[in-house]
Ligand binder design. Structure first.
Ligand code: AMP
Length: 405
């Protein structure tokens, strides 16, 4: 029988997240996380979903090589080791694929070199993703490694949406354009929303709102992305947990010239100390809502700024799409924070958008509608599943029936 398991790796600078799936029924066999790689206090948390058995160990894990070996050991203890003949491929999340990678790609030396060439536009993410791929390749050189890019879903954006209004020669020389991120999630959620409506993805126009600690919106017309809120980097667009999202670029000149800040300081300010955190000192929406309930004006203003920006993007993408069949909320905030969903569409009844307060308050795991029965535009909560999407794309490329042999 052909191998049917896919290991999904999401490699950060000091972390390694993983899931092992069986693609016969998309079931999860194991999942876990290695944190604080390179420190004395590294930790691995592993769960075997088949048995429900969870384990956690501490102790130094020097690098990604040691981390993957630790993962392999944990998997082996459950009879799911990386040496298993049932493993079909390893799927890797890669944040930036530039314009070059429009689809998931089997990794070879040329692919690795191209991901490396993209480091200047993704200095925080691509080096860690590359380390993960190289480590996995060294451990199982015989196994297909597939790179699944966060940017790929957005490569269908027309030039009018993808280009900034700057000299194209300068833009092209430095690869400056709007790439967008969270593409794996936007792809998965837009398709799952069509399924929820009982229609084919080609038939529906969806605004996807991926609201996690990072946040982005996308306009998806008939299954193809036509606009998205993140740009050259994940800094553009919505107000996020710690990122500012959109601002006048002159703020940066001003902070440098008048504020005397260095480029690195401004980078840190806008990426790590802005957004909800910068506005009120908290980036967790649960905490912000708790503070608002206690009458905290600072938290309320942060929430209002967050919602104002979100509403502007809903309106903008409504205009871009012309006709909208659904607005889908996903990720940590989108799936869990009913007040965010209610506030984001409040006052948009003329556009056919509303939430039913009772449906919106229901807590549930699966995809569901929260708009009133018969609404012109469906408002949906659709849990994202980036690991499943990466595994599905990986398996489609290398699994049984794929014509790559
Ligand atoms: P993510 O990046 O998708 O994991 O989302 C993480 C964020 O989701 C957290 O920082 C919280 O702001 C938010 N979040 C998670 N659970 C809840 C909840 N039950 N209610 C409101 N916000 C939540």
């Amino acid at each position: 029988m052909s191998p049917t398991r896919v290991l999904v790796l999401n490699s950060g600078s000091s972390s390694l997240k993983y899931q092992l799936l069986d693609m016969r029924d998309s079931s999860r066999l194991a999942a876990g996380l290695v944190e604080r790689i390179g420190e004395q206090t590294s930790r691995i948390r592993h769960t075997c979903l088949a048995t429900g058995d969870s384990r956690e160990h501490g102790g130094p894990i020097a690098d990604h090589d040691a981390a993957l070996k630790a993962v392999s050991q944990e998997l082996s203890r459950d009879g799911l080791g990386l040496d298993s003949p049932e493993l079909a491929a390893i799927g890797h999340r890669v944040v930036h694929g530039g314009m070059f990678f429009t689809e998931p790609t089997v990794v070879d030396d040329e692919v690795l070199a191209e991901i490396e060439r993209l480091i200047p536009v993704a200095p925080l993410h691509n080096p860690a993703n590359l380390t993960g791929i190289r480590t996995a390749r060294a451990l199982r050189p015989d196994l297909p490694q597939v790179a699944v890019f966060d940017t790929a879903f957005h490569t269908t954006m027309p030039e009018s949406a993808a280009r900034y209004a700057i000299d194209p020669k300068i833009a092209d020389r430095h690869r400056i354009r709007r790439y967008g991120f969270h593409g794996t999630s936007h792809a998965y959620v837009s398709r799952a929303t069509a399924r929820l409506l009982g229609r084919a993805p080609e038939e529906v126009n969806v605004i996807v709102l991926h609201l996690g600690n990072g946040a982005s919106a996308s306009a998806v017309a008939g299954g193809r992305c036509v606009d998205t809120s993140m740009g050259l980097t994940p800094l553009e667009g919505l107000v996020m947990g710690t990122r500012s999202g959109d601002l006048d670029p002159a703020v940066i000149f001003h902070l440098a010239r008048v504020g005397g800040m260095s480029m690195d300081e401004i980078d840190t300010l806008l990426n790590k100390r802005s957004g909800l955190f910068g506005l009120c000192g908290d980036n967790d929406m649960r905490e912000i809502r708790r503070r608002i309930d206690e009458g905290d004006a600072e938290a309320e203003l942060a929430f209002d700024i967050y919602i104002h920006r979100l509403k502007k993007y809903i309106g903008a993408y409504y205009a871009v799409l012309g006709r909208v069949d659904a607005v889908a909320f996903t990720a940590g905030v989108g799936e869990n924070a009913a007040p965010v969903r209610a506030a984001a569409v409040a006052g948009l009844e003329e556009l056919g958008l509303a939430v039913d307060p009772e449906l919106n308050a229901v807590r549930a795991d699966g995809p569901r509608l929260v708009s009133p029965a018969g609404a012109r535009v469906a408002v949906a909560v659709v849990p994202t599943d980036e690991e499943l999407e990466i595994a599905t794309q990986t398996y489609a490329l290398v699994g049984a029936g794929a014509n790559n042999s």
